[in-house]
Design a protein around this ligand. Structure first.
Ligand code: FAD
Ligand code: MLT
Ligand code: ZN
Length: 522
C-alpha cells in the first residue's frame, strides 16, 4: 500500500524535477460536458409553486428598444437560442425568459436597466451560468442580461499585482493573461473555463485556493456597478489601502445580482508560484483526516495552498461515470477518505523536502495509509482533474440535491453519516461528501434518478435545521440564489435579514433586479 508514496519520495530525494507551473495551469482545463441525462428540468415556477411578481410582460415595443440600443445579434428572442440561458448548468432550475440582451459597455448596461426600471421589467443578470443555487436563471420571464460580451481587460500592473477588467472576462482567460506577467488569479474553481469574473464576484465564489489567498471581499480592490435605476456607482479603486468612509464594494460582492450589476472589477493578484507540489492521500477514518489537516497546517505553514477532502462514494462517481483513475492506483477505491494537499511556494527544493518529511511522518504514525506526491505537471493535472470533475460525475446518477455548508471541523462529516442512516429509500443512488476541508466547507450531495418531491421533503428543512443547531452556515460559498431563500433564517438572524430587506428597498425600490432570489418575496 505504501508503494506509490515511497516511489515518489525516493524520486523527490534523488532528483530535482523541472517545475513547469505554466504548463500545469494550461493543462487544468476542465472539459465541460453535460451528463448523459438530457431531459429538461421542470419549470421552476411550477416545481416550486412560485407566484409571479407585479412586473410588466415583454412586448414587441420593448424588444424594439433593445434592438435599437444594441443592434443586430445582441438581442436574442428565438426560443431555441434562449433555451440554454433559461436552464442552469446542473439542470436544477428552468426559467421562461423570451429575451436575452448582450451589452458590451457599462453605458449599455445602464441604458438597459434605466429602461427596465421605468417600464417595470424584471431582469436576471447572467454570467457563465455555472451557479449552483438557481440564482443565475430567471424564474418566470425576466429579461436575461448576459455579461458574456463585456470581456475586455483594461489594465495590468505587474509591480502592484493589480488587474482591472470588465466583468464578463472568463476566469481562465484572466489566469492565462496573468501568467505572462508572472501573476495569478487569487481564486480558482472547477468552472473556471466557463464562469465569468463578474459572476464570481457576485456570488463571492470561494474555490480551491481560498485557504491560501482568502475570499473575494479581500481580493477585490474595487469595482464598478450599475444600480437598478441605471446610475453607475464607481468604486473602481486599485489601492490596497483606502479607508474613506463606507466600503460600498462589499455590498455588491456576494449580492447575487439583487443590488446592482457589476460591470468592472479591480483584482489583487498574487505572484505565480515557482514550485507546486500536490499530494493525494488515502485514509481510513475521518479522525485521521483531521489529524492530517492539523499536521499539514503546522508543518507546511505558508506554502499550503489547498486542503481538499473527497470521500469514497464521491470518488467512485468519478472513476465509474467518467472513467478517471484513482491516482493511488490500487485497482479499486480502497479508502474511506482521500485528501488532496497542495503547496505553492518559491523554493522548489525546500518546499518539496518539507512536504516529503510531513508525508513520511504521517505514514510512520499510521495517520495516512497510502499516498502519492506529484511535482510533474501531468500528474498534478490528473489529480486536480479528478477533484474538479466531482460535480459533473455525480450528475450521471440523475438528479442531484446539492448542499454547500460550513461546519465546525469536528462535525464536518457527520451530516453525511446521519443522512445515510435517515434515508433508506431504494431510489437513492449516492450520498456523498467532499469539499474544501481547509475552509470548513463541505459539499454534500444526494443523488436519485429523477427529481422527487418526497425525497426533497425528507432532506429539507432537516439538513438546514441540523446545520443551524451546529452553528454552521447553509451556504459556505455558492450563495442563496433561488434555492435557499426560504431557509436564510437558519443562518442569519432576523435583525440582519431586516437590514438586507432595507438595503434591497433602497437600491432597487421596484424590485426588478433578480427577483425571487436571496430574499424570499414577502
Ligand atoms: P452565474 O452562474 O451566471 O451567476 C451567478 C449569480 O451571480 C447569479 O445570481 C447571477 O444573477 C449573478 N450575476 C452574474 N453576473 C453578475 C454581474 N455581473 N453582476 C451582478 N450579478 C451577477 N463555486 C464556488 O464558490 N467554489 C467552487 O469551487 C465552485 N466550483 C464549481 C465547479 C463547477 C464544475 C461548477 C459547475 C460550479 C462551481 N461553483 C463553485 C459555482 C459557480 O461556478 C460559482 O458560483 C461562480 O462564481 C458563478 O459564476 P458564473 O459566471 O457562472 O455566474
Ligand atoms: C466544488 O468545490 O467542486 C464546487 O463548489 C462545486 C460543487 O459543489 O459541486
Ligand atoms: Zn466548492
Amino acid at each position: 500500500m505504501l508503494r506509490s508514496i515511497n516511489q515518489s519520495l525516493s524520486r523527490t530525494v534523488f532528483s530535482v524535477p523541472k517545475y513547469l507551473p505554466l504548463a500545469i495551469k494550461h493543462a487544468r482545463i476542465l472539459c465541460f460536458r453535460h451528463a448523459s441525462n438530457n431531459t429538461k428540468p421542470e419549470l421552476t415556477s411550477v416545481r416550486y409553486n412560485v407566484q409571479r411578481g407585479p412586473y410588466s410582460k415583454v412586448t414587441d415595443n420593448h424588444v424594439q428598444f433593445f434592438d435599437g440600443l444594441l443592434g443586430q445579434g445582441r438581442v436574442l428572442t428565438d426560443p431555441d437560442e434562449c433555451e440554454s440561458y433559461n436552464i442552469d448548468w446542473i439542470k436544477m432550475v428552468r426559467g421562461a425568459s423570451k429575451v436575452v440582451v448582450k451589452p458590451k459597455t457599462t453605458e449599455e448596461v445602464s441604458a438597459i436597466l434605466r429602461y427596465c426600471n421605468e417600464n417595470r421589467l424584471a431582469v436576471c443578470p447572467q454570467s457563465g451560468n455555472t451557479g449552483l443555487v438557481g440564482g443565475n436563471v430567471p424564474v418566470f420571464d425576466e429579461i436575461i442580461i448576459s455579461m458574456k460580451l463585456m470581456n475586455n481587460i483594461i489594465s495590468t500592473d505587474e509591480l502592484s499585482g493589480t488587474l482591472v477588467c470588465q466583468a464578463g472576462c472568463i476566469l481562465e482567460n484572466l489566469e492565462k493573461h496573468l501568467e505572462n506577467v508572472n501573476l495569478m488569479m487569487p481564486l480558482d474553481l472547477g468552472a473556471k473555463g466557463s464562469c465569468l469574473i463578474g459572476g464570481c464576484v457576485s456570488t463571492n465564489a470561494g474555490g480551491l485556493r481560498l485557504l491560501r489567498y482568502g475570499n473575494l471581499h479581500g481580493n477585490i480592490l474595487g469595482l464598478e456597478a450599475v444600480k437598478a435605476n441605471g446610475e453607475v456607482v464607481n468604486c473602481l479603486n486599485t489601492l490596497k489601502k483606502d479607508n474613506t468612509g463606507y466600503h460600498i464594494k462589499h455590498m455588491f460582492i456576494g449580492s447575487e445580482g439583487t443590488l446592482g450589476i457589476v460591470t468592472k472589477v479591480a483584482i489583487q493578484c498574487p505572484p505565480l508560484p515557482k514550485s507546486i507540489n500536490v499530494a493525494f492521500l488515502g485514509l481510513k477514518s475521518f479522525e485521521n483526516v483531521l489529524k492530517t489537516y492539523k499536521a499539514a497546517k503546522r508543518e507546511l505553514g505558508e506554502i499550503l495552498s489547498s486542503c481538499e477532502l473527497i470521500d469514497k462514494t464521491s470518488l467512485e462517481a468519478c472513476t465509474t461515470a467518467l472513467g478517471l483513475k484513482n491516482p493511488l492506483d490500487t485497482g479499486s477505491n480502497d479508502y474511506e477518505f482521500y485528501v488532496l494537499l497542495e503547496t505553492s511556494g518559491s523554493e522548489t527544493h525546500h518546499d518539496e523536502e518539507k512536504f516529503a518529511r510531513l508525508l513520511e511522518k504521517l505514514l510512520e504514525e499510521g495517520i495516512i495509509s497510502d499516498g502519492t506526491l506529484a511535482s510533474e505537471p501531468t500528474k498534478i493535472k490528473n489529480i486536480w482533474t479528478l477533484r474538479e470533475s466531482l460535480t459533473q460525475a455525480v450528475m450521471y446518477d440523475g438528479y442531484v440535491f446539492k448542499y454547500d455548508i460550513s461546519m465546525p471541523l469536528p462535525e464536518f462529516y457527520k451530516i453525511v453519516e446521519i443522512l445515510r442512516e435517515r434515508l433508506k429509500d431504494p431510489r437513492i443512488v449516492r450520498i456523498g461528501g467532499y469539499g474544501h476541508l481547509g475552509d470548513g466547507n463541505l459539499h454534500l450531495q444526494v443523488s436519485i434518478p429523477t427529481y422527487a418531491e418526497d425525497i426533497a421533503s425528507q432532506l429539507e428543512p432537516f439538513i438546514f435545521e441540523y446545520i443551524s443547531k451546529q452553528r454552521g452556515s447553509i451556504s459556505a460559498e455558492h450563495g442563496i440564489g433561488f434555492k435557499k431563500t426560504k431557509f436564510l433564517h437558519y443562518s442569519k438572524d432576523k435583525s440582519a435579514i431586516q437590514v438586507m430587506r432595507e438595503l434591497k428597498k433602497m437600491m432597487d425600490p421596484n424590485g426588478i433586479l433578480n427577483p425571487y432570489k436571496v430574499l424570499d418575496p414577502l
